[in-house]
Design a protein around this ligand. Structure first.
Ligand code: AMP
Ligand code: GLY
Length: 416
């Protein structure tokens, strides 16, 4: 197959690597890609949110499949332009991408579909914010309705901070005040072709920047898969109580969901609740889920894109476990320092079971430099979490980047 992967992060690098592992050789192009991706496949300069440009390229190159990594092109409607041009595309329409693009819309769909989620109020004035903060009490959960590059959610027991967060985002659109939910979080990726629903292996993400879940939320500092502590039947239960009802509700509304529904879940004492939906692969969970995927990713995603998901064999996952740890720049997430040299990558890569995907790097003077907050993800597989963790952290010990930081506790409690 000739496949275009849109996006430029570590997630897209992981997708490209997984496509390259296929027993059938594919021609893969990434746009715009990044310096790490450019080491393994061709990259072309392209604005991934410009549907017309992407569709022109896809038609001209006679592509078999376009895989959209990030949310921005989805919410911008790139999928719709590609479908109109007859190009098979993995990713939901602009209308269906609102499941991520508007938290209020997602809540409304969940309510209509009977999907369990936290109680919330969508508010547009500061007096309604105050009333909702009173209603739910501390700790306060305040969320921007729209996309906010991972910065839209604040969980705090500081009422003034909760109010300030709401005031900042209310100028851009509605704000949601939600009840605080407590429990372990799970990310479950579910492929949907508009009708059929197929879950991948669950993963856990670490959102807070520091060990022990301290510090501000980030895009994700690490992940592991599978989750041995999940109750038996968990994945089937989520498919039946969350994914299928949501997909049916979207079809009923005339906006069939085609692509990946990322179910962000929390296991509370009162049962499972959906914290959020995303409409794309998660970063860094993709790094560990795809590390363990033994089936052909290209076949799965093409079947999803073309409505044939029910006809393909269920995805198979390795019994090995996978751990990923994100190496972040000094100052991340508030104000990452960039332009610093990275060394030691080849030594790290020489370790058994270790691979590296790039999130924010560029080539300079024959080596790599950092260009953003989440610089790279070290991925390690192993027979168990002790082995995978040992490999991942040994690799990180060999990599140098001035001022960089990473969490030391990724997958530490995976077996408990
Ligand atoms: P979201 O972008 O909605 O996934 O939120 C980011 C993170 O904030 C989640 O992964 C949770 O750790 C936390 N969070 C979101 N909503 C809640 C909630 N209702 N109660 C507690 N924590 C939450
Ligand atoms: N790791 C969280 C996300 O991709 O949204």
């Amino acid at each position: 197959m000739k496949i275009l992967v849109l996006g430029s992060g570590a997630r897209e690098h992981a997708i490209v690597n997984c496509l390259l592992r296929d027993s059938t050789a594919h021609e893969i192009i990434a746009a715009p890609g990044n310096a790490g991706i450019a080491q393994v496949v061709d990259v072309v300069a392209m604005d991934p949110t410009d549907g017309v440009v992407v569709a022109e390229y896809a038609v001209e190159q006679n592509l078999d499949l376009v895989i959209i990594g990030p949310e921005a092109p989805l919410v911008a409607g790139v999928t719709d332009v590609l479908r109109k041009a007859g190009v098979p595309v993995f990713g939901p329409s602009k209308a269906a991408a609102a499941l991520e693009g508007s938290k209020d819309f997602a809540k409304e769909v969940m309510e209509a579909a009977g999907v369990p989620t936290g109680r919330a109020r969508t508010v547009s004035t500061m007096s309604d914010v105050d009333a909702a903060l009173d209603e739910f009490g501390s700790p306060y959960v305040v969320k921007a309705d729209g996309l906010a590059a991972g910065k839209g959610v604040l969980v705090t027991s500081d009422r003034a901070a909760a109010r300030d967060h709401a005031e900042f985002y209310i100028h851009q659109g509605p704000v949601l005040i939600e009840e605080f939910l407590e429990g372990r979080e799970v990310s479950l990726f579910v492929l949907c072709d508009g009708d059929a629903v197929v879950a991948l292996s669950p993963a856990q993400d670490y959102k807070r920047v520091f060990d022990g879940d301290k510090g501000p939320n980030t895009g994700g500092m690490g992940a592991y898969s599978p989750l041995p502590w999940l109750p038996t039947g968990f994945v089937d239960e989520i498919v039946e109580t969350v994914a299928q009802p949501t997909i049916r509700e979207m079809s009923r509304r005339g906006m069939p969901f085609v692509g990946l529904l990322y179910c962000g879940l929390i296991l509370t004492n009162d049962g499972i609740r959906v914290i959020e939906f995303n409409v794309r692969f998660g970063d860094p969970e993709t790094q560990v889920v795809l590390e363990r995927l033994d089936s052909s990713l290209a076949n799965l995603l093409l079947a999803t894109a073309t409505g044939r998901l029910a006809a393909v064999p269920a995805p198979q996952f390795s019994s090995d476990v996978a751990v990923t740890v994100v190496l972040a720049s000094e100052g991340y997430p508030e104000s990452p320092e960039t332009g610093r040299a990275i060394s030691g990558l080849s030594d790290a890569l020489a370790l058994d079971g270790v691979s590296i995907v790039h999130g924010a790097t560029a080539v300079s003077d024959g080596g790599f430099v950092s260009t953003g907050g989440r610089v790279l993800s070290v991925i390690a597989s192993g027979a168990n979490f002790t082995e995978a963790r040992e490999r991942a952290y040994s690799a990180l010990g060999l990599i140098s980047l001035d001022g960089a930081h990473y969490r030391n506790d990724i997958a530490e409690s995976a077996d408990r």
